[in-house]
Design a protein around this ligand. Structure first.
Ligand SMILES: O=C(O)C(=O)C[C@]1(C(=O)O)C=C[C@@H](O)C=C1
Length: 367
């Protein structure tokens, strides 16, 4: 029997009506409170306007979302509650100023999803075709912030992003960690009917085993993005694409096989870059790049100050320095904020040892 349909049980009908009236009252109350919140945010905006301060405050947003999850008692799930507050803050910030976010497109790329997870939906989304272009847009002031991928748990670092970070004066002010799920999508109706597969080379590498086991005999065509793979497959019923759920939705492609990545927790990390860094949130990371003299014991000397200061390193990656052949630079991520004394002490130790340090930014840890 339909929930709204007639019922022969008068008692439960009465209770249902009572509950709905209560829900209506609660909804009105929630709505009133959201507007009260927005009015406070508008007052903050006036203060910021007179101080010329940045409108977007990543450290404050991170603290608010952490508290939302911490105090949540259910039955509403933590993750969903965080998502709702994420959107409330996104719309509140848009009342102050609507941010323009440049990101590695096209629409429905994983970076696009990272933008929405980090900033919510009340921003102006600006997809561009290359990582270097994201940095250029923010440097030129035609976008307020930029979002780019920096590493994947299966495929390693994204060199184009590291090269830009080495060069730019922009600061990393946030990070997003996204579980990347790849799906096989097509109008073909069944895997056996697929004749052509559109796939991005990195995606192909992340789904290598599954693709070889199931689609070895078909024609494989490399494309520059997952979204482009989906767009092409949507126009050819005998073709398929490997892409994420956002691309399947955008191009209305049925998913024939879900979660076909080889690593069960395939994750991509993205960074948010802007003119200004983030303040201390209390749960931060700092990214730096170090260029050390090319001599024995150099890396040891670079790392020792972190251990002495009790600063935990979460990542170290080496890259050839572009300035000279066989010279290397090291990208490090560490726990803590650049304004915290332990981190400052460690960084001083590194420079005293003769290495050059560039702080790429301190920012709240991804949720
Ligand atoms: O606290 C502020 O500075 C605000 O502008 C308010 C608010 C919010 O909605 O809570 C909005 C945007 C900022 O990025 C951080 C927080």
């Amino acid at each position: 029997m339909s929930q709204d349909g007639p019922s022969h049980n008068g008692e439960s009908d009465g209770r249902q009506e009572e509950l709905r009236q209560e829900i209506d009252r609660l909804d009105a109350e929630v709505q009133r409170l959201i507007n009260q919140r927005a009015a406070r945010v508008l007052e903050i905006a006036r203060i910021k306007e007179s101080n010329g301060g940045p409108f977007y405050r990543p450290e404050r947003e991170a603290q608010i979302l952490a508290r939302v999850a911490e105090r949540n008692e259910g039955p509403f799930p933590d993750e969903d509650m965080v998502r709702i507050f994420r959107e409330v803050m996104s719309s509140c910030l848009a009342l102050e100023r609507r941010l323009r976010i440049a990101f590695l497109g096209p629409e429905a790329s994983f970076t696009h999803t990272a933008v929405q997870v980090h900033f919510g939906h009340a921003v102006e989304e600006h997809p561009v075709a290359a990582i270097a272009e994201v940095f250029r847009e923010v440097e030129a002031g035609t976008a307020d912030y930029g979002v780019v991928p920096v590493e994947n748990s299966t495929e390693g670092v994204v060199n184009a992003t590291l090269d830009q970070l080495m060069r730019t004066s922009l600061q990393i002010c946030g990070e997003v960690a996204l579980r990347v799920e790849h799906h096989l999508m097509s109008h073909a109706g069944s895997i056996g009917a697929i004749q052509r597969l559109y796939v991005h080379p990195q995606t192909r590498a992340q789904c290598r085993e599954w693709l070889h086991a199931h689609l070895d005999g078909v024609e494989w065509v490399e494309v520059p993005s997952n979204a482009e793979a989906a767009r092409r497959a949507s126009q050819e019923p005998e073709s398929a694409a490997v892409a994420g759920a956002a691309a399947a939705e955008l191009y209305e492609l049925p998913i024939l096989a879900a979660g076909i990545e080889d690593e069960p927790d395939n994750t991509t990390r993205f960074v948010v870059v802007g003119e200004e860094g983030a303040g201390v949130s209390g749960n931060d990371k700092t990214s730096i790049v170090i260029s050390a003299p090319n001599r024995p014991g150099s890396l040891f000397q670079v790392l020792q100050p972190f251990s002495r200061a009790g600063v935990n390193l979460t990542k170290i990656v080496s890259r050839p320095a572009r300035s000279s052949l066989w010279e290397y630079v090291f990208f490090l991520d560490l726990e803590g904020h650049r304004e915290e004394p332990t981190v400052q002490k460690a960084l001083e130790g590194v420079t005293e040892g003769g290495a050059a340090v560039k702080v790429l930014g301190s920012y709240p840890r991804a949720r």
